[in-house]
Design a protein around this ligand. Structure first.
Ligand SMILES: [Fe+2]
Length: 343
């Protein structure tokens, strides 16, 4: 398995953003201008600071656990689950370099979330290497034990049986309905929200790399609510210079750059690339004045991009122990004075 880099040493990035429209009063609604955000990272700890935040929020962000657990109900599907059932059986912990595995890392991460008394667990896909019934039941039970609210959106592997006939949309629809549905807790699997202390976490399924019209309209509606928003997606949003894995709204995405369709036994990405709707979504996301940031997965590698003033954070894979412990915090008076106030 490919090794990944993480911020080995203490690394702090401070992003002072869009310092206009400074008066957000106390209701957390963004009245005018872009929300001013500072974002810092130290190891696994990510902190967002904003004048518009009054109450502290802690979330645990988990992506790409790649559980492969299966039982006899999976036997008829082995033809489609074979490769991925062996992909992450034994992993190396991203910090300790010790041998571990997805079940162990998932349980350990939930334990940390519990100890931190987290307000929310955000699960942004590839929790599973294929839609195994026993793995989904096991996750639901572990999440229930924590007693912590969670929000889930799928990754490209969660619903994918490799080599099974059908378009990506059809396969996603089929296996979401047949297997993944309980994870959505009654929300629309393609788009859902959870509000925590006035901040709205929006899960949008972009696991086919594409966004549909209904999802775009839904996102616009959330933006117009004026609430502080955090966007959760599996596939990172395109940022200049990044690889094709940053595939949502990526001008290079399409048949020409699809190097793994044979390996993954799925239809090749379209010749024409993204739909206009997907590009429009990218524009909307990075024009949203009340968006604190984007949290994603898929690449199995930590990264932090700043796109038109909005931070996007991609998390190391949980299969190797990766996760982020994220705080949303009010800005202290001294920080407001230094960073937000002009002479
Ligand atoms: Fe993925």
């Amino acid at each position: 398995m490919k090794r990944r880099s993480f911020f080995q040493k203490t690394t702090t990035a401070i992003l002072g953003l869009g310092l206009v429209g400074k008066s957000f009063a106390s209701n957390k609604k963004v009245k005018n201008g872009k929300t001013a955000v500072c974002a810092t990272v130290e190891g696994n700890k990510l902190s967002f600071y904003s004048e518009a935040i009054n109450d502290s929020i802690n979330i645990f962000h988990i992506t790409d656990t790649h559980l492969f657990k299966d039982d006899k109900r999976g036997i008829p599907y082995q033809e489609f689950s074979g490769r991925m059932s062996k992909a992450y059986n034994e992993t190396m912990h991203f910090q300790t370099r010790e041998k571990t595995n997805p079940e162990e890392t998932f349980v350990k991460t939930l334990k940390l979330a519990k100890e931190a008394n987290a307000d929310l667990i955000t699960l942004v896909g590839d929790l599973f290497s294929f839609p195994s019934e026993i793995a989904i039941e096991w996750v639901l039970a572990r999440l229930k034990e924590t007693g912590i609210p969670y929000i889930y959106t799928a990754g490209n592997h969660d619903w994918h049986y490799e080599g099974m006939y059908g378009s990506l949309e059809e396969l996603r629809d089929t296996w979401t309905k047949k297997r993944l549905l309980p994870l959505y807790q009654g929300k629309d699997p393609l788009m859902g929200t959870t509000d925590i202390k006035g901040v709205r976490f929006i899960a949008i399924d972009n696991s086919t790399y594409e966004i549909n019209e209904a999802q775009l309209a839904f996102f616009k509606e959330q933006v117009s609510s004026g609430l502080l928003l955090v966007l959760l997606v599996h596939i990172p949003m395109y940022a200049p210079g990044k690889s094709i894995s940053f595939g949502c709204g990526n001008p290079n995405w399409g048949a020409e750059n699809d190097g793994v369709f044979e390996l993954e036994r799925r239809p090749k990405w379209p010749e024409a690339g993204h739909t206009q709707t997907t590009f429009d979504f990218h524009k909307e996301v990075f024009s949203a004045p009340n968006l604190l940031g984007v949290l994603a997965g898929h690449t199995h590698r930590f990264s932090m991009e700043l796109i038109k003033g909005t931070p996007q954070i991609v998390t190391d894979d949980n299969a190797s122990g990766g996760y982020l412990d994220i705080d949303f915090l009010p800005m202290e008076v001294k920080d407001k004075k230094l960073i937000l106030e002009s002479e």
